[in-house]
Design a protein. Structure first.
Length: 431
């Protein structure tokens, strides 16, 4: 073989001596016999330290390389073992593959790139591997990326939330960077201990550098943030605050609907078929039907209402003043987030007073939560922060979860999410 550099480039290997290349007709595969260069020999596979030789191991091993056209490629080499002072007896490091992997660096990197940009079937069919193998490859590639890059460097403003990723109340805690708009950390669970893992990983010194933390109203998130980042400005998510108001409004609508249904039972029933012209009216039944169909008219923003929904809202103004007051309370709270800080401060105090005197239990209860989170709500208005980024990230993680169905562990799912949404994305080999 005269052009060793050409074969090295085709195989995507470095610090490697190519001894022989042959085509196996039975396997329909290219078999490339290789060995590490002298400078790369005798190193621990786990830490890379130069170590004394131990034995020849269990003989030769094979590593899957990138296909050449339609032909599979396998690298074959001796798997000698070394004696490491830290890791004990282990297989020596090879320059063409990660320790413990059955594929070359180039193969792993291409699989990871494809997994972050294409469907499950595309990856498995193009690369001719099982989907569980993809999960193992992604975990290896992410471990390397994490070792080479500091994903917490420059972290100042973060968003925290949890997302369900599997049936049976399986959750991930998720942290995003508002400045780089990337996912920086995720872990299974939704508790104080889970969130403390992130801040412990961040370290006490870097925790003091966190300036803003956005989150929903979960008490366990607030208590951990107060403990670990006492100097950070805690910001409530406007979306969740308005969602509380829409839930309170929907509760009032259901109360009105149930009251109308109860009154409708006392009205004379009608036989099947079209009622006669002189049949008595059933106003409560009609009211219950219209209230049931008014849900979207009440919950949508006024500027997005259809003509039909606007008519339903006009009917509610006359038919159910209490429900309409609840609607105005919801819209009043939503409008506060569009105001300048000073105006918002006065408007929020006014809204709390209005809700407290409304004699609508759902909003009387809501105003207590608003008072509790008042400073965080005003901080959201002052700093223009919300959990919109993390909600977008959660939506993408849900899609990744569907793609990753079949992975053995949450770690593989997290690795795929980090490679897809994190600050360090995989690159195609040779690019």
């Amino acid at each position: 073989m005269r052009n060793v550099s050409l074969w090295s480039a085709l195989l995507g290997v470095e610090k490697t001596v190519i001894e022989d290349v042959e085509f196996d007709e039975d396997e329909q595969a290219l078999i490339v016999r290789v060995r590490p260069r002298k400078s790369a020999r005798g190193r621990c596979g786990a830490c890379g330290r130069r170590c004394p030789a131990y034995d020849r191991g269990e003989g030769q091993r094979r590593w899957r390389g990138l296909d050449l056209g339609t032909i599979r490629v396998y690298l074959v080499a001796d798997a000698s073992r070394v004696s490491c002072a830290v890791h004990g007896v282990t297989v020596q490091q090879v320059p063409w593959a990660r320790h413990g992997a059955g594929h070359t660096y180039a193969f792993d990197d291409q699989v990871a790139w494809l997994a972050t940009r294409s469907s499950k079937s595309t990856v498995t069919q193009l690369m001719r591997i099982a989907w569980r193998t993809v999960g193992a490859v992604i975990a290896r590639v992410w471990a390397d990326a994490e070792a080479l890059h500091d994903r917490f460097d420059g972290l100042r403003r973060i968003g925290i939330d949890e997302i369900s990723y599997k049936r049976g109340h399986k959750y991930l805690m998720v942290v995003v960077d508002h400045d780089t708009k990337t996912l920086v950390w995720a872990a299974p669970g939704r508790s104080k201990d889970t969130l403390r893992e992130f801040f412990d990983l961040l370290g006490a010194e870097r925790c003091t550098l966190i300036t803003h933390v956005s989150a929903d109203g979960a008490d366990f998130i607030g208590s951990v943030v107060a403990e670990k980042c006492p100097n950070a400005v805690r910001v409530a998510d406007p979306f969740h605050i308005v969602m509380w108001a829409t839930e309170a409004l929907n509760e009032v609508r259901r109360e009105s609907w149930n009251e109308a249904r109860k009154l409708a039972r006392a009205e004379p029933s009608r036989p099947r078929g079209r009622p006669p012209a002189d049949a008595p009216g059933r106003p409560q039944s009609e009211r219950a039907t219209r209230l049931k169909g008014a849900r979207f008219a009440l919950l949508k923003n006024p500027d997005t209402l259809t003509e039909h929904q606007s008519e339903k809202l006009a009917w509610i103004v006359k038919a159910d003043p209490r429900l309409y007051r609840a609607y105005l309370l919801k819209e009043g709270l939503r409008a506060i987030f569009k105001m300048p800080l000073e105006a918002a401060r006065d408007a929020l105090d006014g809204w709390v007073s209005w809700a407290r005197r409304s004699r609508i239990p759902a909003f009387v209860k809501l105003q207590r939560s608003i008072v509790k989170h008042r400073d965080r709500i005003l901080a959201a208005i002052e700093h223009g922060l919300s959990n919109a980024l993390i909600e977008s990230t959660n939506t993408k993680i849900r899609l990744i979860t569907r793609i990753a169905f079949g992975f053995k562990s949450a770690d593989a799912l997290i690795a795929l999410a980090m490679l897809t949404l994190g600050p360090h994305r995989p690159a195609l080999p040779g690019r």
